[in-house]
Write a protein that binds this ligand. Structure first.
Ligand code: HEC
Ligand code: HEC
Length: 290
């Protein structure tokens, strides 16, 4: 916060406290039972009795508490407070406490191989909670994904479905690189190769167009998607020879993928969650197939 704004806050806050105190002090009524304020409405008059002592002192204590609080905690502009309290510090100490408390539990699960861990109901309940907090925004609460965000419950994998491959995906993240083919293929080439891709997927197509598409496929696409469209998990290239589509199953979406390319990004979680939690999550993702 800028120095000017800091002073604005300091003066505003302390000024209000002081004003509050002055109003209270200057208006305190000396004990004078029966004295009225002089106001009279329809013959009804108003006593000017002193505040009850507990109320008066209640206000004083509030003011003193307020001043003490503002001295100890950061509240007065840029003044950091004498207690050294910060929001990030509080978060860090909470996280440290949580790590100390739950760390050993996670570590215990981390020692169990993923293929065994999938059958541990307590661990999988923990996995479901971790998934709901960290993954469901993109992959959906049930892990079924949506356009651009892969379904984790089916049998098709971009980057491989072995326990270790899944763990590598979650720890380090993944960047898919499907180049744009618009310049190389032109409109006609995109249509032809899309026709051939549709044929690989088992759809009914125009054989002559698909044949022309195959020639282009063998030239441009084989390296990543494989000779029969089986995909290549090393590159995150999906299989094209089935009806599971990451970016939608319509012909329009398929052509869009080819024309403009796709760059799906799975964020890395090694830093954010640590390896033990990722281990449990990997088992949870595996358990979605069961
Ligand atoms: C910001 C969105 C986002 C979040 C959050 C996210 N993912 Fe992903 N994830 C993706 C995308 C996008 C891909 C596909 C990347 C690609 O196109 O190759 C992906 C891919 C994956 C894959 C590989 C799927 C395959 O077919 O090989 C796994 C496994 C996975 N995510 C698990 C997780 C887990 C577990 C979490 C939570 C810790 C998580 N993801 C959080 C976006 C996300
Ligand atoms: C450099 C490797 C590479 C080459 C070459 C390549 N692709 Fe891809 N392709 C990918 C990757 C990686 C993805 C996944 C993109 C993602 O996950 O965001 C992909 C995705 C696709 C998709 C979307 C699939 C879906 O499930 O929605 C189609 C369709 C596709 N490619 C067709 C082609 C065609 C046709 C060619 C040749 C003209 C081609 N690709 C060439 C790597 C490649």
């Amino acid at each position: 916060m800028s120095t000017g704004f800091s002073w604005f806050v300091v003066v505003g806050t302390l000024g209000s406290l002081l004003t509050f105190f002055l109003i209270l002090y200057l208006n305190r009524s000396t004990s004078n039972p029966g004295k009225t304020t002089g106001h009279s409405y329809d013959g009804i008059e108003e006593y000017d009795n002193p505040l009850p002592a507990w109320w008066f002192w209640g206000f004083i204590i509030t003011i003193v508490f307020g001043v003490g609080y503002l001295l100890y905690y950061p509240g007065l502009g840029n003044f950091a407070g004498l207690g050294g309290w910060t929001q990030t510090g509080a978060l860090e100490s909470d996280q440290q406490q949580a790590d100390e408390r739950y760390g050993p539990i996670f570590a215990q699960y981390a020692a169990i191989p993923i293929d065994e861990l999938v059958h541990d109901t307590a661990a999988m309940r923990m996995g479901r909670r971790l998934f709901a907090t960290n993954c469901s925004v993109c992959h959906g609460t049930a892990g079924t994904g949506s356009a651009g965000f892969p379904n984790l419950t089916d049998s098709e994998w971009l980057w491989g479905g072995d326990a270790e491959q899944i763990k590598t995906t979650i720890l380090g993240g993944r960047n898919a690189m499907m180049p744009s083919w618009e310049a190389a293929l032109q409109d006609e080439g995109v249509t032809e190769v899309a026709e051939y891709v549709s044929q690989l997927a088992g759809r009914e197509v125009d054989p002559t167009v698909a044949e022309a598409g195959k020639a282009r496929y063998d030239m441009f696409c084989v390296a990543c998607h494989g000779p029969d469209g089986g995909g290549q998990p090393m590159l995150g290239a999906p299989a094209l020879n089935n009806e599971i589509w990451l970016y939608g199953n319509s012909r329009l979406r398929i052509e869009e993928s080819i024309r403009h390319g796709r760059n799906g990004q799975m964020p890395a979680f090694a830093q954010r969650l640590g390896e033990d939690k990722v281990h449990i999550l990997s088992a949870y993702v595996k358990s979605l197939q069961l």
